[in-house]
Design a protein around this ligand. Structure first.
Ligand code: HEC
Ligand code: HEC
Ligand code: HEC
Ligand code: HEC
Ligand code: HEC
Length: 402
């Protein structure tokens, strides 16, 4: 036998061995990998026999189950494992077998038109547990479940679902079943965040437009002053607690928000995503924020007339001006209604001197030199408005001492 031939035979043998080995491995994997969903299905059938009887249990479909929602471009296979979701009687069964805890939601959001992931997140197409619940690397929308909630110390394990509810319900002022989002919407009005930010297409320009903030990727945030478990949700949590600790040069005021407020507000921020849903999925078909009448009036009042100056320039972030009905969320500075007289007392200067040279006040010299640069014309306008505010206040007072 020549050497060449020998080598060839060897190769042939190695090839055979290789094929055999691969075949055996595959067989082993196949035996090992009865997909988990099959096990859940047989377990469910067993459970159903006990709960609803053999006859009904026999109606349970087997194989991969799915809800295809063409309008939302989703194929949700969650019910492959969650087989009891539409079956009354399984309320107390463990997951993945239980009846949906809020069946009423399907009256307004029929499963055939909504599927599951539009509310829950997760990866609808997958039938493997980790992947379906969205905890795989390449999926950006994990199931908003107890795991996510506990990451953020939320007691209500399903609270985070509200982020997805509000992607559709964003224009509604309040919506039943969304306590966190409703709280956040109250706070937006109470603190008049729209004075500095465009929100739902409306508002001031001192801070960034928040309309689609929920779409922003992590790279779009400044992490240099952030500490702890880095996630966009946590960034908002910390920024709402103390904006200047995260963005040192910010004029966004610290607003004394409690933990629950900040949870609610951070959820609201994540819910504001660019809307690209078919019309029928937006309640009311009105793409405008609906406000209570008194809130609409308040906005109108704040934005017309002389008081508008303090909203447009962001002064209201720190100063109330009660003569114009402006209430600051923080009241870090004094009420400007009294500035005309008060600067004399406080700084031994006239208002005019103070506005043109605020060096006596550390805070205001920083603000006037770097945050809010006023032209000379605007400074005169400001002096005029502040003088009028004081007169207005005095003439609004019921006459006393007569
Ligand atoms: C492979 C089977 C399987 C698939 C597919 C599956 N699940 Fe689950 N699901 C489970 C099991 C098992 C549990 C209970 C254990 C756990 O939470 O990991 C569960 C638990 C849950 C819970 C409760 C979590 C909590 O916080 O306690 C929710 C909600 C849920 N699934 C929703 C979904 C949605 C939505 C989908 C589709 C995107 C889905 N599941 C797809 C098996 C599955
Ligand atoms: C309209 C939004 C919406 C849709 C659509 C929806 N769910 Fe839910 N789901 C919720 C909410 C809200 C809860 C929490 C309700 C509660 O705790 O009362 C919930 C709870 C659950 C739970 C229990 C979680 C737990 O805490 O143990 C499971 C499992 C679940 N849903 C699965 C599904 C599956 C599977 C589908 C698709 C067939 C689906 N859901 C469709 C909103 C939705
Ligand atoms: C994909 C969009 C979408 C999602 C997600 C969604 N909803 Fe809705 N919801 C609607 C539409 C559309 C209606 C029907 C409104 C109508 O009949 O005009 C509706 C109706 C309702 C209603 C009845 C009256 C009303 O206020 O309009 C409630 C309450 C409600 N949804 C709560 C929720 C909750 C809670 C969640 C999250 C668990 C949720 N929705 C998720 C689109 C959605
Ligand atoms: C006095 C003006 C002012 C007020 C009032 C204000 N903000 Fe801001 N906000 C800013 C400025 C300026 C920034 C940009 C610097 C920063 O990130 O802090 C900002 C940043 C933000 C960001 C981060 C946005 C981004 O693009 O990084 C969010 C979210 C936000 N504000 C939400 C709110 C909410 C909600 C309220 C009301 C509770 C509010 N702001 C009130 C001025 C304000
Ligand atoms: C970040 C908070 C902050 C912002 C924003 C701010 N101020 Fe002030 N302002 C203060 C503080 C605090 C004082 C009190 C003086 C001090 O402690 O230095 C003050 C004092 C003043 C005074 C003197 C009032 C008095 O009664 O003595 C005037 C006038 C004034 N600010 C005008 C403005 C105007 C106009 C704007 C908007 C362009 C503005 N401020 C924005 C914090 C702020």
């Amino acid at each position: 036998m020549s050497r060449k031939r020998l080598i060839k035979t060897d190769r042939f043998l190695i090839l055979i061995a290789g094929i055999l080995f691969a075949g055996i491995s595959l067989a082993v994997v196949a035996i090992d990998a009865v997909p988990a969903w099959k096990n859940y299905q047989s377990e469910f059938r067993y459970l159903a026999t006990e709960i609803v009887g053999e006859e009904d249990a026999a109606r349970i479909p087997s194989g991969i189950q799915q809800i295809w929602v063409e309008d939302l471009d989703r194929v949700d296979r969650c019910i492959t494992c969650h087989q009891g979701i539409f079956w009354p009687g399984f309320e107390r069964a463990e997951q993945p077998y239980s009846t949906h805890p809020d069946m009423g939601l399907f009256d307004t959001h029929p499963a055939s038109e909504y599927g599951c992931t539009i509310c829950h997140g997760g990866q609808g197409y997958a039938v493997d547990l980790e992947a379906a619940h969205g905890f795989s690397k390449h999926w950006e929308e994990p199931l908003l479940s107890g795991i996510v909630a506990s990451d953020y110390n939320l007691n209500d394990k399903n609270a985070m679902i509200e982020i997805n509810c509000n992607a559709c319900h964003r224009y509604e002022r309040q919506t039943a079943g969304m306590p966190y989002i409703n709280l956040a919407k109250d706070l937006i009005q109470e603190k008049a965040c729209w004075g500095c930010h465009v929100i739902n297409g409306y508002g001031g320009a001192i801070g960034p437009d928040l309309s689609d903030i929920g779409d922003r990727h992590a790279e779009g945030y400044d992490w240099s002053n952030f500490a702890g478990f880095a996630s966009i949700f946590n960034w908002h949590m910390q920024h709402f607690d103390e904006p200047a600790a995260i963005v040192p040069e910010t004029v966004m005021p610290k607003m004394g928000l409690q933990t629950r407020d900040r949870h609610a507000m951070s959820m609201l921020m994540l819910s504001w995503r660019e809307e690209n849903l078919p019309v029928k999925y937006i309640p009311g078909f009105v793409r405008k924020e609906m406000l209570y009448a008194h809130e609409d009036e308040r906005r109108e009042e704040l934005l017309s007339g002389d008081g508008a100056f303090f909203i447009e320039k962001g002064c209201f972030g720190c100063h109330s001006v009660q003569a114009y009905g402006i209430k600051s969320p923080t009241e870090k500075g004094p009420d400007l209604t009294f500035a005309v007289d008060d600067v004399h007392v406080r700084f031994r200067q006239s208002l005019q001197e103070f506005i043109f040279d605020p060096s006596q006040s550390g805070t205001m010299s920083i603000i006037f030199s770097s945050k809010v640069i006023l032209s000379d014309e605007e400074k005169w306008q400001l002096i005029d408005i502040l003088t009028k505010a004081n007169h207005k206040y005095k003439s609004d007072q019921p006459e006393s001492g007569k």
